[in-house]
Design a protein around this ligand. Structure first.
Ligand SMILES: [Mg+2]
Length: 222
């Protein structure tokens, strides 16, 4: 049995900036914020954590009501921004997912800071959503380690048997992905198709490190 838990942005797809653009447009539409350079990092973080920083930076009260307003508008704007931005499925990913799914006793899940509906919208846009049947999502978490715990719990419920952590792989593009894999005792494959260099990822000591998955062998041959 093997379980693979995939990050989305920078790992499976690049949204071409659509996710960030949708969040910024939601701030403008809901709260009248004039977007200027803000320096809030997005990479490897959860949607509630990113939005909390955006709220703080632009002077929006961080209340549950404002989060719900922001989220509803973000999700409404996201599909159109995905169409307008030139995103893509990252190299080798479509083939890697097909090959993993063709194997017996393999389960594919998500481990993402995206809220569940955002993950569905992004992956549906790129034709990848059908590969995944469970996951951990950002909806209620500020820390990626907590998303990893949710993803592992979902995997355990889904697989319905003892899960051997030596056979659970987290695949992601940031040092935070590597850290959250360690938090649940899983193995981790890092891929440098996001914002982080090979050197930066190597410093966080993943089990596997690849530039991209145009050659899927390192993950397939474990
Ligand atoms: Mg990522």
């Amino acid at each position: 049995m093997r379980i693979y838990l995939f990050d989305i942005d920078g790992t499976l797809v690049s949204s071409g900036g659509a996710g960030k653009a949708a969040m910024e447009a939601a701030l403008t539409e809901e709260f009248g914020v004039a977007i200027a350079e803000h320096g809030v990092p997005f990479s490897g973080r959860t949607d509630p954590s990113i939005s909390r920083d955006l709220f703080r930076h632009f002077g929006v009260a961080d209340t549950p009501e404002n989060w719900q307003r922001f989220l509803a508008t973000y999700l409404r704007l996201l599909p159109d921004l995905l169409k307008r931005n030139t995103g893509r499925v990252l190299p080798g990913i479509a083939s890697l997912l097909e090959q993993l799914r063709a194997r017996d006793n393999v389960w594919l899940g998500l481990l993402t800071g995206n809220v569940r509906d955002g993950a569905r919208i992004k992956l549906s846009h790129f034709g990848l959503y059908h590969h995944f049947t469970f996951g951990g999502f950002g909806d209620v978490h500020h820390q990626r380690d907590d998303v990893a715990r949710e993803a592992l719990g979902a995997a355990r419920s889904h697989v319905g048997e003892g899960v051997d952590l030596d056979r659970v792989w987290v695949i992601g593009d940031t040092p935070l992905d590597i850290r959250c894999a360690r938090a649940i005792g899983a193995k981790v494959a890092a891929v440098a198709t996001g914002w982080h260099s090979m050197e930066e990822l190597a410093a966080a000591k993943p089990d596997i490190l690849v530039r991209d998955f145009s050659d899927p062998a390192p993950l397939l041959h474990d």
